[in-house]
Design a protein around this ligand. Structure first.
Ligand SMILES: Cc1ncc(COP(=O)(O)O)c(C=O)c1O
Length: 359
């Protein structure tokens, strides 16, 4: 096996599971983070990318090192980075569509890895210029190419059911009370929640939803109703149905909305106090885990996924101008000074915003 193939075939096999000690102390619980930001493609999306490529190869849609094979994918960024890396190691052409608001670092990385990057306007899903519709059009125009369609690809959640879930369960010593997970395609929460509920039905699954997303409303009211506002996080939250989130739906016990300011404060807090450098969705997951711990009370073990690292966000949540423009400077400064977000206030905010169609 070549070093490149290692990134496709062995992604994260021994990915670490680390305790965030200061958060354990603050909550009286054990707070654990699955360090997916240490994967070869530097995010949790290596799992989905490797799983979807393996499925396409197993069914003969793609053959590695055959001198042909084109992958098309619509991506919030990280799946694109993982696919670009894996395509390079397996000899595929990789064409990626994405919203233009994705961080400059991620777009540059995908191009560096050899992918063709198509930036689309950051518009609502109903707009035909949306990056998902752009991928669908490309797939229609190129019938020999393989559109992986991570939102509706079964291999996405199965990669977590077969990989991330068993690893997390074993690394936690078969003792977990809750997991707190955000959802983009729903692959991570779909696979993890199915696996964990199977091995231990008492594990509580908390959905962590960013402002503007409709998933908390879907769980609580049975239909998509967005919470107010919008988010600076990338790759999580949605207002539309996906196959992968449907897998998670019966397993989710509770949902919390996490404000961007609390996620940003948490990102800067864990960087300065724990030496863990996280992206915004991972920081939101950590905040969700701490909110879950506060809800459950002391003595519980709560796990989450550290979706990606902070390096791709040096131009966003680790950049003074960006923070200022989004009114997040105070939150970042408080986190960097060692202050955790106010958990009671965060839980109150979440409870007061169950997702309402009128806002
Ligand atoms: C940074 C980041 N965090 C979280 C997620 C969500 O993962 P999933 O698609 O498995 O729900 C994504 C998905 O693209 C992502 O890019």
């Amino acid at each position: 096996m070549t070093l490149g193939e290692l990134s496709c075939n062995c992604c994260a096999a021994s990915c670490r599971f680390a305790e965030l000690k200061s958060l354990s102390e603050a909550t009286g619980c054990v707070i654990l983070g699955k360090a997916e930001h240490l994967n070869p493609g530097l995010s949790v999306k290596d799992r989905a990318a490797a799983g979807m490529l393996a499925a396409a190869e197993a069914t003969g849609k793609l053959t590695p090192h055959s001198g042909s094979g084109t992958i098309i994918e619509a991506t919030g960024g990280n799946t694109g980075v993982s696919l670009a890396l894996m395509a390079a190691s397996r000899g595929y052409t990789c064409i990626l569509t994405m919203p233009d608001r994705i961080s400059a670092e991620k777009k540059a990385t995908m191009r560096l890895f050899g992918a063709q990057v198509i930036e689309c306007p950051s518009v609502p899903f109903s707009d035909s210029r949306h990056f998902y519709h752009a991928a669908a059009r490309l797939a229609k125009e190129n019938p020999s190419a393989v559109w992986l369609d991570q939102f509706f690809n079964d291999a996405n959640w199965r990669a977590h059911y077969c990989g991330t879930g068993p690893e997390m369960w074993s690394q936690a010593g078969h003792a977990l009370d809750a997991v707190a997970l955000a959802s983009g395609t729903g692959g991570t929460i779909g696979g993890l929640s199915s696996y964990l509920k199977e091995v231990s039905p008492s594990i509580a699954v908390f959905l962590v939803d960013p402002p503007g997303s409709g998933l908390k409303g879907l769980l609580e009211q049975g239909r998509f109703v967005p919470t107010p506002g919008s988010t600076i996080t990338e790759g999580i939250g949605t207002g539309r149905h996906t196959l992968n989130f449907d897998v998670a739906r019966p397993h989710v016990d509770a949902a919390v909305t996490v404000r961007d300011a609390d996620a940003v404060q948490m990102a800067h807090y864990v960087l300065r106090t724990e030496g863990v450098f996280l992206g915004p969705s991972a920081a939101m997951n950590v905040m969700g885990a701490v909110m879950a711990a506060k809800t459950l009370g002391p003595g519980h073990t709560v796990a989450t996924v550290l979706c990606d690292g902070g390096a791709n966000y040096r131009s966003t949540i680790y950049n003074d101008e960006f923070l200022k423009a989004h009114g997040l400077s105070g939150a970042a400064a408080a986190g960097a000074a060692g202050y955790l977000p106010d958990l009671d206030d965060a839980l109150q905010y979440s409870a007061a915003h169950p997702g309402t169609a009128t806002e």
